[in-house]
Design a binder for this molecule. Structure first.
Ligand code: AMP
Ligand code: MN
Ligand code: MN
Ligand code: MN
Length: 292
């Protein structure tokens, strides 16, 4: 395992724990370099950094920006930026601004199925009202016994083609990358294995992301299976990307992932974190198999 986690959520977006508790949990599991990457919001970073500083764990600022790219929704992680940068903060405020109206449309669609009180129910789960998300709707649907877990509730209600999914325009890809780079950060394509696109479209995306200034892709991710790790290791090399690694932790009990440690990057991957932690080397097992 590698003691790095560059993708984690707190209750500033759709995670369950407050920023300081996520940091403590990652540290307790042995993490040495940590980034908090809440969706579209940086307001957890100050508390997370103060907590990491007190524990002596290296911390870098992070965010996960929601992007519309054609019909696809992509997530772009920004790492190591200046969290006071006005253009970045304005951009994120703009991305957040559509969420309440989107939630109202999601609730209206789900109420047609006879699910009453869903907007209030989802809101009750969203500690940050600006960041109401599908995860908060999903938690309400589980709490009221309509589904047993996150996986099934997304499949049944929350993905494109299902009743709780509504179209929404997020940030444009070039804007998200410009905001991150303009604030001195590195733009990372999050969990590429999760996007519902064929290999040719993925290659177009990787070409475009690079052209616009993207520098890294997540190779190890809580959202990736073994085959995804191998596939994106090869694509990272071919396209000249640095490699990132993150659990995408949201909550204990929702999926298997816990924060703080991740499987080693495959041998030959160039880690994105060398600029922040030059001495922290990933250790690939000789067979190339992932450990843990
Ligand atoms: P939103 O930003 O409101 O569209 O919500 C997206 C969030 O929903 C993601 O960041 C994940 O936390 C969660 N999510 C998306 N798809 C799934 C899925 N298939 N299973 C579980 N959680 C999911
Ligand atoms: Mn999420
Ligand atoms: Mn994501
Ligand atoms: Mn995430």
């Amino acid at each position: 395992m590698t003691p790095v986690d560059l993708h984690c959520h707190s209750n500033i977006s759709d995670g369950l724990l407050p920023p300081d508790e996520v940091v403590r949990k990652a540290h307790a599991r042995g993490c040495q370099l940590f980034a908090l990457t809440d969706h579209d919001d940086t307001r957890g970073l100050a508390l997370a950094k103060a907590t990491a500083d007190a524990l002596g764990m290296a911390f870098i600022n992070g965010v996960e920006i929601s992007v519309s790219w054609g019909k696809h929704t992509l997530h772009v992680v920004g790492l190591g930026f200046d969290a006071e940068n006005p253009a970045l903060l304005d951009g994120l405020a703009y991305v957040r601004s559509g969420r309440v109206e989107r939630a109202e449309r999601m609730a209206a669609a789900l109420e047609k199925l006879g699910i009453e009180g869903i907007l209030e129910g989802a809101r009750a789960h969203a500690d940050n009202p600006e960041m109401i998300s599908r995860s908060h709707f999903a938690r309400f649907l589980i709490e009221t016994g309509r589904c047993k877990d996150m996986k099934s509730v997304f499949k049944k209600f929350m993905v494109r083609g299902k009743p709780g999914f509504v179209e929404h325009e997020w940030a444009r890809l070039h804007d998200a990358i410009d905001w991150i780079r303009g604030a001195g950060g590195v733009a990372v394509l999050a969990h590429p294995g999760r996007y519902d696109m064929g290999n040719e479209t993925m290659r177009v995306l990787l070409t475009e992301f690079k052209r616009l200034g993207g520098e890294a892709i997540e190779v190890v991710s809580g959202s990736h299976g073994h085959a995804d790790v191998g596939r994106f290791n090869h694509l990272a090399k071919e396209f000249g990307y640095l490699c990132s690694s993150g659990s995408d932790y949201h909550a204990t009990g929702e999926g298997a992932r816990e924060p703080g440690l991740n499987a080693d990057l495959p041998i030959g991957c160039e880690p994105v974190w060398t600029r922040w932690a030059p001495d922290l080397k990933p250790v690939g097992s000789p067979s190339g198999d992932l450990v843990g």
